[in-house]
Design a protein around this ligand. Sequence first.
Ligand code: COA
Length: 352
Amino acid sequence: MPKSIVAGIGFYVPKNVVTNHDLEERIDTSDEWIQERTGIQERRFITRFEETTGTIGAKAARVAIERAGLEPKDIDFLICATLSSDYFFPGSGVIIQRELGINKLGIGCLDVRNQCSGFVYALSIADQYIRSGMYKNILVVGAEVHSTGVDFTNRGRDVCVIFGDGAGAVVLQPTEDPHRGILGTKLHADGEFAEKLAMINPGSHSGVHIGEEGYGFDHDDPLSHLYLTQAMYDNDLIYPTMEGQFVFRMAVMKFPEVIKEVLDEHGYTSQDIDLLVPHQANLRISQFVQKRMKLRDDQVINNIHKYGNTTAASIPIALCEAWEDGRVQEGDLICLAAFGSGFTWASALMRW
Ligand code: COA
């Protein structure tokens, strides 16, 4: 059975740099508070009315495809991971396909909604298709646009300072080389905590958290609209919310667990890792994980100071930057790990 290798990798971040000082002008926060708690110094925001999750995903994809020595028409399956798709539906997979000019080929497009773990879940799915021989050139994209959906007021300051926009992509191909490829992936979730880090509206839930009253549902009209109501706008219920400290505590537990799980299965320890690419959730989380796993600084990638948390895009962006900087060499043992909304958490281990 073949294994999957990353044949090409690319990333794209929008040109607009938004610093912590820029946010200070708008909300009651400080560069010191943000850096101390998250390590973030700046993030990128899309150019509004020009860029979307689909268009920035396609930009990253073009780089990955070219570096794989391919053209877009060679892609035979596309997987897109995002929590911020262009539309509520369809997902951004078909938008990326159209942007790449390959929609007339009719290749399948799959959208993965696993938030911060989305890229690792997507990679795992692609890996299974490659191993089974179903596809030969799979494009896996993680793309995210937060800047058009978070709450830039004091009420949303715990969330809005953390997230940024960006996209990363890889092309997976089969290899018969026994010394290279994805060795395995581990995927987990616990829906008990679904609302701990979530954007509840719009949705089909008909009233959670604050009860039906707060949403302004019209019980007298059986056909009234429930996805979006005026009360949701009026009561500021249309933004992502997070129980930050709870998320932090779960993250520092689940990251080491899922990294160890994939290492154990393949007979490695953390000391064998050449590079850990953690989802860039928060520098303090990554530092905690590094310490717990007894990893040296050169074994862990951190770039959250430049881009903030870009959810499904953060791993492919960080991996691509590391590759461009020469920190990823053929044969290196690379571990990807993620934790986020759901909660979902996941890891992947590969020989580059
Ligand atoms: N700027 C300044 N003050 C802020 C702020 C901001 N952007 N956001 C919140 N605060 C305030 C709070 O209102 C609170 O004030 P109070 O004490 O007067 O009530 C104070 O800071 C402390 O709030 P708290 O939520 O306890 O802060 P914290 O130390 O837990 O840090 C997070 C908040 C969000 C940075 C932290 O919980 C965290 O990093 N959580 C994990 C988040 C994460 O990684 N999410 C992605 C997972 S994929």
